[in-house]
Design a protein around this ligand. Structure first.
Ligand SMILES: Nc1ncnc2c1ncn2[C@@H]1O[C@H](COP(=O)(O)OP(=O)(O)OP(=O)(O)O)[C@@H](O)[C@H]1O
Length: 616
């Protein structure tokens, strides 16, 4: 009929009247390939090719499978009284891929239909959880059907439990001891803080079930904690790094005391990644070899341990990449690839989770997923490039760099500074300077960044969670994943380097359905990038003035430039960088205050909500 359509373009053809003619042009059903098949050189239209037969067979099989799935789903839904399409709509879940499994509608369904041990259900209740969130329903459905999943859901929507639960349900405790750590599941996190946080959640959900869950290298660290602390900072001696890490340095992503002599470049401009101390070969070799079920780790540590032979990844059935888009960025991707390649078990399933998933990263992620033979399932909850809707977002013009501190003080003075507050800056030096300034103002502030030892970082995080520190100043190192439940306000003191970074940073508030606020300062220099943030705000349902909607978006080049390097900014400190925020400096500031140094804003102006206790 194609020939007819082409010839008769625009005219109407009476098919009934000329039915016999139509039959002549109707394509013939392909004949099954036999020994009498046409030689390929004579088969001009390709109708006699086995490939064509296979394609038809595949298409028919696909149609049949689709029909069967629809029938099965309808039957299951009828039996359970669940309207799955309505459930998906209600939770704004979009599933794509071949035969996407139904979401798990309730915890009761998990125990009745998915062999979820009662112990997990009890622990779930003990954790204070009731109904699963949208991403949990979707991810449980997919992972329990042993399919690969690529999931994108808002910050604070419970992605952690969405991948932990299936790991526990599908993998009973491992009892076979081996020389090396031989886990059944590996969870990769971009920072040690996140690894520790996931350990806490996993241990709570699996409590009493006999699973051995650990963060790689932490037993070793704990054993060493009695020893005198030796600070492994920039000037410290480092263990020889694997090839991948040395390559990363060229991309300008890691601390490297030798490569750049001056801290200005390192501390002000380099993004803070790969800050975690890797476990050296010696350290890794000291890992005990008890049977391990779930191993949580940062990429570098794992690569060291695999190379040292202390971790054997060949038995891994579930590999989870949390904050997956980060793990596919330039400075991590090689390590991520290496880890995926090392997990060689034929039944390996993969799960990738994040609140942001740029299309380019999604493509890369998809290319490494097989999905149980019939492809991975993509699960999107809500709008892909939006922030959590419970966050009230605003942008505040502060003119120039000089006015930022004043704007912050005005917020404090107006009582809009409602602790616990998280403030993001773009470099270690700026974090130190701002914390010194706020201390000087009588605000109980502290800074967290890659230059602090893991022990110091733990202490600061604990202090913030316990309400001892009201205001935590951080580089992007705490911008992702960290679950401080009670944070009421996030301030982007320095404009974020990408919309993704913005979504993750502000996502430290408004978690688990709670309300939060986010204020982003911008100077004239940042204005060119404003539209990117305006787009996120609009996608998350925030009102923005029309003039912001009408702004010109930054060019691809401008976006890339900012992603690679933050905008150069004037020092924050009144001491013009003389204060470095170290212990002695902080002591000096405190002493100055006691001796009459004037606090611009009295601490009493800052109301601390004592009711708010944050999760550790
Ligand atoms: N079903 C649930 N009901 C209530 N609270 C939940 C539920 N599931 C998880 N939570 C809580 O919600 C909070 C956020 O969860 P989680 O840290 O997993 O979010 P996330 O989606 O991974 O966020 P991010 O993208 O920032 O990493 C946690 O404190 C968690 O305990």
């Amino acid at each position: 009929m194609d020939a007819f359509r082409t010839l008769m373009g625009g005219a109407r053809f009476d098919k009934k009247r000329f039915n016999q003619d139509v039959q002549v042009f109707e394509p013939k059903k392909p004949v099954a390939s036999t020994s009498t098949s046409l030689p390929s050189e004579l088969d001009f239209f390709g109708t006699d090719q086995p490939a064509a037969d296979e394609a038809v067979d595949r298409a028919t099989a696909k149609k049949n499978r689709k029909r069967k799935r629809a029938e099965d789903a309808a039957a299951a839904a009828e039996a359970a009284g669940i309207d799955y399409p309505a459930l998906l709509r209600q939770h704004r879940i979009k599933l794509t891929g071949l035969e996407p499994p139904n979401p798990v509608a309730s915890f009761a369904e998990l125990t009745s239909s998915h062999n979820c041990p009662q112990l997990i259900a009890d622990n779930w209740s003990k954790m204070g959880m009731k109904a699963p969130t949208g991403i949990q329903m979707a991810s449980w459905g997919i992972m329990l059907e042993k399919r690969d999943v690529l999931a994108c859901a808002p910050t604070g929507s419970g992605k952690t439990l969405s991948f932990i639960l299936p790991l526990l349900v599908l993998n009973p405790p491992n009892t076979t001891a081996s020389a090396a750590i031989r886990p059944t599941s590996i969870i990769i996190e971009p920072t040690r803080e996140l690894a520790m946080q996931v350990l806490r959640e996993t241990s709570k959900l699996g409590a009493g079930g006999g699973w051995n869950i650990k963060v790689l290298g932490e037993d070793e660290r704990a054993a060493k904690s009695g020893e005198p602390k030796k600070r492994k900072g920039r000037k410290g001696k480092r263990t020889k790094k694997p090839k991948t890490e040395r390559k990363d340095k060229k991309a300008g992503s890691d601390d490297d005391e030798e490569s750049e002599s001056e801290e200005e470049v390192e501390e002000k401009e380099k993004p803070e990644e790969q800050e975690d101390e890797p476990v050296g070969e010696k350290e890794a070799a000291a890992e005990p070899s008890t049977p391990t079920d779930i191993l949580i780790t940062t990429p570098l540590r794992l690569i060291y341990a695999i190379k040292a032979g202390t971790v054997d990844p060949t038995n891994v059935r579930h590999l989870i990449l949390d904050e997956a888009d980060k793990l596919f960025e330039l400075n991590f991707v090689e390590q991520t690839d290496e880890i995926i390649a090392a997990c060689t078990h034929p039944d390996l399933r993969k799960g990738m989770f994040s609140a942001t998933m740029p299309s380019s990263v999604e493509e890369m992620a998809k290319s490494v997923m097989s999905g149980g033979g019939i492809g991975a399932i993509r699960a999107i909850v809500g709008h892909k490039d939006a922030a959590t809707e419970t966050i009230k977002q605003s942008l505040q013009f502060v003119g120039t760099e000089d006015h930022k501190l004043l704007s912050l003080r005005t917020l404090i003075g107006e009582g809009k500074f409602t602790p616990p507050v998280l403030i993001f800056v773009q470099s270690i030096q700026r974090a130190k300077e701002l914390s010194t300034e706020l201390l000087f103002d009588g605000i109980n502030a502290d800074a967290i960044h890659a230059e602090r030892t893991p022990e110091e970082r733990d202490e600061v995080v604990r202090g913030f969670a316990e309400g001892k520190i009201w205001c935590l100043i951080s580089t992007d190192v705490m911008g992702r994943g960290v679950d401080f439940k009670g944070v009421k306000l996030v301030i982007n003191y320095d404009f974020p380097q990408s919309p993704g970074s913005y979504i993750h940073r502000i996502g430290r508030t408004g978690r688990a359905g709670k309300e939060g606020r986010a204020i982003t300062f911008f100077t004239k220099a940042d204005a060119v990038h404003l539209k990117s943030i305006v787009n996120v705000m609009r996608a998350s349902g925030c009102d923005v003035p029309q003039w912001m909607v009408d702004l010109k978006p930054p060019t691809q080049d401008e976006k890339k430039k900012l992603r690679m390097k933050p905008i150069a900014r004037k020092d924050i400190s009144r001491t013009n960088g003389a204060g470095n925020g170290d212990k002695a400096d902080r002591k000096r500031v405190k002493r100055d205050r006691v001796m009459g140094g004037k606090s611009a804003f009295k601490a009493k102006k800052v109301k601390v909500d004592k009711e708010v206790k944050m999760d550790e």
